[in-house]
Design a protein around this ligand. Sequence first.
Ligand code: ZN
Ligand code: ZN
Length: 316
Amino acid sequence: MKAARRWLPWLLWPALYAAGLLAAAAAFASAAPLAWFNAAYLSLALAIALLERWLPHEPRWLADDGQTPCDLAHTLLTKGAAQVVAALAASLPLAGAMALRPSAHGTAWPLHWPLAAQVVLALAVVELGLYIAHRGAHEWPPLWRFHALHHGVRRLWVANTGRFHVVDSAFKALLGQLPLYLLGAPLAVFLWVGAVTAVTGLLTHCNIELRTGWLDRVFSTPALHRWHHSRSPAEGNRNYGENLVLWDLLFGTWYRPARRPPADIGIDGEIAAGFLAQLAQPFTASGTRRIMGLSPVPRHNGPPSPPDAGDRIGRT
Ligand SMILES: [Zn+2]
Ligand SMILES: [Zn+2]
């Protein structure tokens, strides 16, 4: 058992990643791809949840934070919305995107490439949109107010993988996937990008003790993403990649210092406790002030006003 605890951290990330992708391949080859993919996704999430108990990276993150129902509700809402959009895209192609899309004769997408190569190209394209959306969400307060929900957690574990405000998710999906529509990528490529993103996301947030070494220079791994959840903007405004870290490396935001990432994670602001309140919070002035860590009630005659929201976030 001791020996297993020594080598499992090196083996688990590639093993779980490969298992997730093989299960996705089997699901896509079946008669009911969506149902089987969901079954595979749930099985992988369950396996990760069990491994978190056995080999935790941060034992204190095992304690209940009272947010599990909210984490799951946000996951269902954003994932459900994504699947509706995917289903619509399959049957009635998105009108706006199709209007802008080049004609079938002039498509820029290399349809003659092997599917695996098309998926790698698609991931690089999608990641640029996701990088811009994610970095914008950290550096521009009108977007941070939605993204802060994801960073409001005090612990990382498999259940908060999908904890995103639905507006945050929709914005990321738009910037990430629209270029693929415009370039004329086929449905199979969209499905695979979705599968890779789902599997990577489960692993990125997991609380399993893992060693990923050189993989940190290719994929968005837990070792990198734990820094992204740091309270310190100098550490947290890094590692924006969702699947690949290509654009972080190119734009200088890749970050992996040779020390342990912080266990005390979160934000300076305050996120509402309940699911519906969390959805509504960015749409109200007082909710936004709480998210930004400012006084909930503007003070007109009191002490000097707190710094501007942008200054307080200080995310560069
Ligand atoms: Zn973020
Ligand atoms: Zn995260």
